[in-house]
Design a protein around this ligand. Structure first.
Ligand code: GLU
Length: 382
């Protein structure tokens, strides 16, 4: 028997909720779940990352996408999530399979123990043939602890479970080289480096949180983890099979042929960084050429309040981010060492240490293709 392949499917709010009535679009769900049932019969493990809880909850709490503030959206998510899951559950039963709810927050990805725990649970569900439906736990997350959009959340899930494929279903048929409303806009069938298109992607959807920009960031994250990614039209017939069979229009993002290991992508694909270090241009170049740690003497300055095991950005003296890595020291310890270069670390810290700030196996150089992004967008902008 061949090993089942795993696919993560991200479904945007506009596909799941009727724009005017803010009620579930059962017709869409029916078509989607029929296609998922077909994939499951072909030995695919399917994980859905579904938006729609906020959109479906707004009407229940008497708000609209325009009127709702942050706490309204948090309350809406609490009302909409059971409605959304119930819709999936009913339709799933028609096609003979069960679904399960997996609500995550940023910390479930950022804390390695929680990351492994979440991954185990998702695999456990899949081993019983149950389809996990993942969403961000919007009700309890505030801006500092949320991923912010389901495009990147889904990419992180794809990376977490080692998916082979990732499809982002949306209201357009893929990526265009400029705003698709522009008559000159050209469809982009294939992308190797998303940096070529980042400028063409400003603008957001009205119901969900993401836009084409977060989709490209998500695609980049998945590509770097070796996952083949597509952006495709959700309204099409057999929206997933047609993409996988290559018979429908979609933008394909090719996986990096030399993907990062799970550990390296966990270090690199962080949405929250605890602090940063500056090293000289020479040290940065050396780090890229030879496997070596960042030592105490390499650090020109350190910023932020971090502890052992936190992930740091490593900048060169020109302000370019060159690497990310796990700190072996707290920010306080590091500053004491930087400020007293002549004194032995042992004398300063009170314990023996080699003074390797970031060990080489906890250090990942950033590929030129790696897209860097700012903090997650605020829910209030949604
Ligand atoms: N988590 C949000 C929801 O369920 C959607 C976020 C997004 O659209 O990216 O409504």
């Amino acid at each position: 028997m061949t090993k089942p392949k795993t696919i993560v499917v991200k479904i945007g709010s506009a596909l799941l909720a009727n724009q005017d009535l803010l009620t579930p679009r059962y017709g869409f769900l029916q078509r989607l779940m029929e296609d998922i049932a077909h994939l499951r019969s072909q030995d695919w493990n399917v994980i859905v990352c579904s938006s729609g809880s906020v959109a479906l909850g707004l009407r229940i709490i008497g708000e609209t996408p325009q009127s709702a503030g942050v706490s309204d959206k948090q309350a809406a998510a609490a009302c909409g999530m059971p409605l959304l899951l119930n819709a999936y559950k009913q339709v799933g039963h028609e096609f003979g399979f069960d679904i399960a709810q997996v609500l995550l927050t940023l910390g479930d990805f950022e804390d390695h123990r929680r990351f492994l725990n979440t991954r185990n649970t998702v695999h456990r569900l899949l081993s019983s043939g149950i389809m996990p439906i993942v969403n961000e736990n919007d009700t309890i997350t505030t801006e500092e602890i949320r991923v912010g959009d389901n495009d990147r959340l889904a990419a992180k899930v794809a990376q977490m479970v080692g998916a082979s494929d990732f499809i982002i279903l949306t209201g357009v048929d893929g990526l265009y080289d400029r705003n698709p409303d522009d008559p000159e806009a050209k469809f982009v069938p294939e992308v190797h480096d998303v940096n070529d298109y980042m400028d063409a992607t400003k603008g957001k959807s009205t119901l969900g949180t993401g836009g084409m920009e977060t989709k490209l960031q998500a695609a980049n994250m998945a590509q770097e983890a070796g996952v083949t990614t597509w952006i495709a039209q959700g309204e099409a017939d057999r929206p997933l099979s047609r993409v996988l069979e290559g018979t429908g229009r979609a933008t394909k993002f090719f996986p990096n042929p030399e993907p990062m290991s799970g550990w390296d992508s966990w270090i690199t694909n962080r949405l929250q960084m605890a602090g940063s270090l500056v090293v000289s241009e020479t040290v940065a170049t050396e780090l890229a050429e030879v496997n070596r740690p960042i030592r105490r003497v390499d650090v020109i300055s350190a910023d932020g309040d971090f502890t052992r095991g936190d992930v740091l950005h490593i900048y060169d003296s020109n302000g370019v981010e060159r690497a990310r890595g796990l700190s072996d020291f707290t920010s306080e310890e590091l500053r004491v060492m930087i400020n007293n270069p002549e004194t032995e670390a042992e004398q300063l810290l009170g314990y023996r240490t080699k003074g390797e700030i970031i060990r080489h196996n906890n250090l990942v150089m950033l590929d030129t293709r790696h897209v860097l992004w700012d903090a997650p967008s605020s829910m209030s902008e949604g």
